[in-house]
Design a protein around this ligand. Structure first.
Ligand SMILES: NC(=O)c1ccc[n+]([C@@H]2O[C@H](COP(=O)([O-])OP(=O)(O)OC[C@H]3O[C@@H](n4cnc5c(N)ncnc54)[C@H](OP(=O)(O)O)[C@@H]3O)[C@@H](O)[C@H]2O)c1
Length: 349
């Protein structure tokens, strides 16, 4: 495979002011990477468009596992690539597919130890970019689902949520509820197996605001689950998490995995704080814990063959959008933050 002399990548043009927009990013040309001895040359095939990037483009909170991205820096994130050249003895060969962390560019050079060869576990290699292991880890470890449980997944139409609702059902949930801010996604969620969809509508451009919104959401939840919930997988935070925890039944388990309500820098929930009734949590013995994928390699190894089996048997679907071409990546990022997609979003090169 011949490599062009000049290749393209996405860089941060300027720090977002409020919500990130496409113009915060730019497409740059750069000489093709020339790998040093021992390194692998990769051509990216797909990379993930994900909300965590918004956190890295702003004032990255203390404790973030990843460094912040400064103007002029090349973006990074999960990608699936094809090996172009590999050093002898690395076990890799041209044409092999690998997962790695240098998305948002056409070509990359990498240490073989930083690459995960794909073993055909999943029928669509792009499905390796879906953050399904987060939901699986949270619903089997932090907030385990028991047969017949009532499970609430906030952010149900997102990359995590669209797989997590289906996973909760396969793990034995009796009733699965989900939330979305986009009314048009409710029917698709029902087709995915959600029993009840709570629509917590945002204003047109994706902003989360409006008086009485928290109270309306809490009322919807009380009507949909009058006896409360057993398990919460929360990707949204803010008033959705507060209402869900207030609806926890005795012995309920809650896994906090994301902060969509504050991630795009436009709501007071951006600091991740929650108002909780500690007395109720204590007397009901409710367990609340955070869950992050990093450091859970065993969960990923368990999840991938299960996902592959469920995809092949048709018990699960992989809701996703493939956006064609690097040029469209900046707009895809803005569109993702505005809720214009359903499921996992990848750029296909
Ligand atoms: N703990 C971990 O290891 C881990 C791993 C992966 C992801 N995460 C986190 O989990 C969360 C979900 O990730 P994801 O990849 O599944 O993202 P995602 O849901 O695909 O993100 C895009 C969606 O966010 C929703 N959204 C946009 N603005 C919102 C707002 N103001 N309030 C609530 N929802 C809003 C929209 O869905 P609707 O139109 O349906 O509302 C939009 O389609 C993120 O916070 C992410 O950083 C954590």
């Amino acid at each position: 495979m011949s490599v062009p002399a000049t290749v393209r990548e996405i860089r941060l043009a300027r720090r977002p002011q409020g919500r990130p927009v496409a113009a915060d990013l730019l497409v740059a040309e750069t000489p093709a990477p020339e790998p040093e001895p021992g390194r692998v040359l990769l051509r990216n095939r797909w990379f993930l468009v994900f909300p965590g990037l918004a956190t890295l483009l702003g004032d990255t909170p203390e404790g973030s596992p990843y460094p912040s991205i400064e103007p002029g820096d090349t973006l990074f994130g999960p990608a699936v690539a094809e090996v172009v050249e590999a050093p002898e003895g690395s076990g890799l060969h041209p044409g092999d597919l690998v997962a790695h962390g240098q998305g948002w560019r056409e070509y990359a050079a990498a240490d073989p130890a930083a690459l995960t060869p794909l073993d055909g576990a999943l029928p669509d290699p792009a499905a390796h970019l879906a953050p399904g292991a987060v939901g699986y880890g949270a619903l089997t470890r932090t907030a385990p689902v028991r047969p017949g449980d009532t499970v609430l997944i906030t952010g149900a139409a997102g990359a995590v949520g669209a797989l997590a609702g289906q996973t909760a059902r396969l793990l034995g949930a009796g009733t699965v509820l989900g939330t979305t801010g986009s009314p048009a996604k409710a029917e698709r969620l029902r087709r995915l197996g959600y029993d009840t969809v709570l629509v917590d509508e945002r204003t047109g451009d994706g902003r989360a605001d409006g008086p009485g919104r928290a109270e309306r959401f809490a009322r919807q939840l009380a009507e949909a689950a009058p006896e409360g919930i057993d398990v919460l997988l929360d990707t949204v935070g803010g008033h959705q998490a507060e209402a869900a925890l207030a609806a926890a039944r005795p012995g309920a388990r809650a896994a906090l995995v994301g902060l969509l309500s504050g991630q795009f820098g436009d709501t007071p929930a951006a600091d991740g704080s929650l108002r909780l009734d500690a007395f109720q949590l204590i007397v009901k013995g409710v367990q609340v814990a955070g869950y992050a994928n990093a450091g859970h390699a065993a969960v990923v190894s368990e999840w991938l063959p299960r996902l592959g089996g469920w995809l092949r048997s048709g018990e699960i679907t992989f809701p996703h959008v493939k956006v064609a071409g690097l040029d469209r990546a900046p707009q895809a990022f803005q569109d993702m933050t505005e809720g214009r997609y359903f499921g996992t979003v990848v750029v296909e090169l």
